[in-house]
Design a protein around this ligand. Structure first.
Ligand code: 13P
Length: 255
């Protein structure tokens, strides 16, 4: 059985005090979810500066702590970078990689992402790997090819055993922060396509077990319809993860 997950990507929002309050508020109200073994999972990805302190106020059985990025190198003279090993050492369990904002503003490529995915796996954390097309690519009908290439160039370079640890997040760039959600049908169509690619590469069991999240203007009012689709296994949430009420409102749609 695959796991349903709602993950909050805080991006570059909140100061430390606000972040701690938000994490506490979510922690108090998350009930049955279990980070490691349950059938549903709640993940939060605060900024790097908050991770250690946030980890002190959350119950690791309820909430899985994630980072939003990591370095391409293991250690050394890389001023300003944070390594996967450092993240592991402060209690981080998962790392978001390949977010479209990092691809667009920081030049992340499949090549750099493969290095990051490998380092996250080497340090026994889970990569949450983002893919998704831009508006012009969808309008040109290229969205399937774009997503296929993003996945093949990184995730299909992994062994089956490594790939099993990856969570995939489909986030159409035109839906991120725009209020323009993909319809549940559009999400289902591409999630089913992704699962088919996984089936062809790794076989039925791995495809059936793979969690594929939807991201892009997901909120309490549309989460139920999106998560109701057969191949949508939860969401990666930006704006609506910054308010405990909204985030909880989305988590509640998962059950
Ligand atoms: P929004 O939910 O703000 O559209 O952001 C989605 C996202 O980018 C999550 O990673």
């Amino acid at each position: 059985m695959r796991k349903n997950i709602v993950a909050g990507n805080w991006k570059m929002n909140t100061n430390l005090q606000e972040g701690i309050e938000l994490a506490k508020a979510i922690n108090e109200r998350v009930k049955t979810n279990n980070c490691d073994t349950g059938s549903t999972g709640v993940v939060i990805a605060p900024p790097f500066s908050h991770l250690y302190a946030v980890n002190e106020v959350i119950d690791p059985k309820k909430i899985c702590l994630a980072a939003q990025n990591c370095a391409t190198e293991e250690q050394g003279a890389y001023t300003g970078e944070i390594s996967a090993k450092m993240l592991k050492s402060i209690g981080v369990k998962a790392v978001i990689l390949g977010h479209s904002e990092r691809r667009a503003y920081y030049g992340e490529t499949s090549e750099t992402l493969l290095k990051k995915v490998n380092l996250v796996l080497k340090n026994e954390m889970k990569p949450i790997f983002c893919c998704g097309e831009k508006l012009e690519q969808r309008e040109a009908g290229n969205h399937f090819t774009v997503v296929e290439n993003q996945i093949k160039e990184v995730l299909f370079k992994l062994s089956a055993q490594e790939f099993e640890k990856v969570v995939i997040a489909y986030e159409p760039v035109w839906a991120i922060g725009t209020g323009k959600t993909a319809t549940a049908e559009q999400a289902q169509e591409i999630h089913a396509f992704i699962r088919k690619l996984v089936l062809a590469q790794f076989g039925q069991e791995i495809a059936d077990n793979k969690t594929i999240l939807y991201g892009g203007s997901c909120k309490p009012s549309n989460a139920k319809e999106l998560f109701g689709k057969a191949d949508v296994d939860g969401g990666l949430i930006g704006g609506a993860s910054l308010k405990a009420d909204d985030f909880l409102g989305i988590i509640n749609k998962m059950e």
